[in-house]
Each structure stands twice: as C-alpha cells, then as structure tokens.
Design a binder for this molecule. Sequence first.
Ligand SMILES: [Zn+2]
Length: 172
Amino acid sequence: MDTVSQAQRHKNMAAIRSKNTKPEMIVRRFLFSRGFRYRLYHKRLPGHPDIVMRKYRTCIFVNGCFWHGHEGCSAFRMPKTNTEFWEKKITRNQCRDKQDLVALAALGWHCITIWECQLKPQTRLSTLTSLEYTLNAIYLRDHSVAYPTLEEESTLERAAEQETKGYPEQNK
Ligand SMILES: [Zn+2]
C-alpha cells in the first residue's frame, strides 16, 4: 500500500505541469466566457504552455506557487524536512520555466504567467480583468499600423511591463 502511494507520489512529482488544475480551469472558463478562444498544452511549443492563443500570439502559464517556486509568495514555503531535495527540485523548475519563456519569446510569442495565489477569491477578479486588458493591449499593439499617440504609448508600455514581470497586475 505504501509502495503504491509512494510510486504515485513520485509520478505526481514528475508531472510538474499537471493538466486541468483548478486555477487553470478558472482562467480557461473566464477566457471562454469572454469570447477568447485557445488551445491547450501545445506539444510543439517550449514548456507546453497551458493555454495558447494564436490570434494574440500569446502563451499563458498558470503556475502553482509551490511547484514553480513563486518568490515572495506566502503560499510558497520550503518544506522543513528534506529541504535540500525540495530546494534543488524547485530551483530546477524555476530555471526551466525561465528557459521556456526565453525560448517562446525568441519564437515571437508573448508570455503571461498567472500564479495560483492571484486566483484566490479576493484577487481573482482583478487578475482576470487585468489579463483581458493585457490580451487586448497585445492585440492592438501587434495589429496597429498607425503610430500611437503619447497616451497610447504609455498604455502599451504599461502592458509590456506587465508581460515582462511575468504576470498581470491590477489595473489602476
Ligand atoms: Zn503565489
């Protein structure tokens, strides 16, 4: 019995990007309800992004705070036992995540990372609203032929900043 559960545990640990997690479903349902269409776990793209939106040339990663080592997050605490093992494992995940983002950017994809803690009930709405805003800003920027006015430019820069920071922030 213990062997089975241990084997299962190892399997769970191996699947860093597990599919159809609750936070991911929250994002998917929101996007769908707002008319966005997407593909899931694109196998040929680095990191097999959770959500791929071709029209927006955007990949969305919905990251669990523990597995992906969300820095400075209260939901991410290094376990007290086996600390060295976990530190190594999570650092490796963080490195891989970074590499995937760099590779995707090199292929011309925008990347948005949403953390599990940003989808908790009290922050969910602002996270999702800001995601929608960012997607629209990306689309406008990619499809705009005219030179932006100064005001638009600062809006676009703000959206770009949010992208580089890796996750959308609350809109002011
Ligand atoms: Zn977090």
